[in-house]
Design a protein. Sequence first.
Length: 368
Amino acid sequence: MVLRMIGAGGLAWCLAVSARGGAVAVSVANPPATGAVVALLFDSADAFADLRDPVATRTLAADGTGGATFEGLPPGPYAVLAFHDLNGNGILDVNFLGIPREPLGFSNRYWGKGAPVFSEASLAVGETERVPVDVELKKIFGKKGLFGVGLGAIAQSNPYRGADAAQVQAIPAVTYVGERVQILGPLAQVGLASGKRARLAATARYRLGAYDEDDSDFLEGMGDRKDSLFGGLAVQGEWPAGMRASAGYEHDVLDRVGGGAARLGVRRGFQFGRFSVAPGAGLNWLSAELAGHEFGVDADEARAERPAYRPGDAVNVELGLGLTAEWAGAWRVIANGSVEFLANELRESPLVERGWLSHAFVAVNYTF
């Protein structure tokens, strides 16, 4: 997640990036007084969005002397990222969300409010053309972080007998991204520890109630399954080629539902202009207490056509797709949808008519 900002003029610091028969001359308008600056060159939208696998890297002295030349590059589109290597490790350090901590800048004076967009930062390098680029180094986060406001909705389909309506609930699309805290719709995370490839976070998630008894005649007498708040821990890791994995456990902290749920998932992002798409797959474990609350029938709720039933813990398979679209610098549309296939233990419940349920979250957000 990287922001868009236009740099001002100032003392220019140049390094030359040479393509076959052409070149890209990068000027850093505000070279740091100490340390070094690392220049990265990208030719792939997906790699640029994840800030991984540059085609070439060079390190330059902070006083602006000398330069760097990347040679043997075929003509085509390229994007440049330069960052102030504060600790001298040669790596763009990131926080627990993967957001860069060190001052950086992009070609085309690009600065976005999500994953960097290759089409916005890229420049065409021809056979003999020399293309000038001006970069200003800036930190993504100020002391107060980044706030966003908007409107969103969360929805969940209803797999229960006689119920054909989905549960839909409008929510404020309040977002916040800081050095260690992220709030995005129904999910909040606080970073606890991070390494080069893995991060540990505390999580809090708003969970919709499974159903209301007036959703269908068959559910009459079952009582409403209320919304609740789940909290826990999650580990997030990065694999080669842009794959991201996560695993976590969350428990019902309000004790409205009881029990907890664990998640194990992988996803891979792809970028198409201003759109980012991330398909994913995962396994969702429900404790026996949670499964019983959402799919069980207690003895005092049983009827002739609705016998008592207590499932054990269960593992569901989930397939999902995330979409982010950015426009006008500050506006974003965020959409996440998935289909969860119920385990046999849950499909055998007398309450269940369909062996799957869908989840969705959609929001329009403006980031200040």
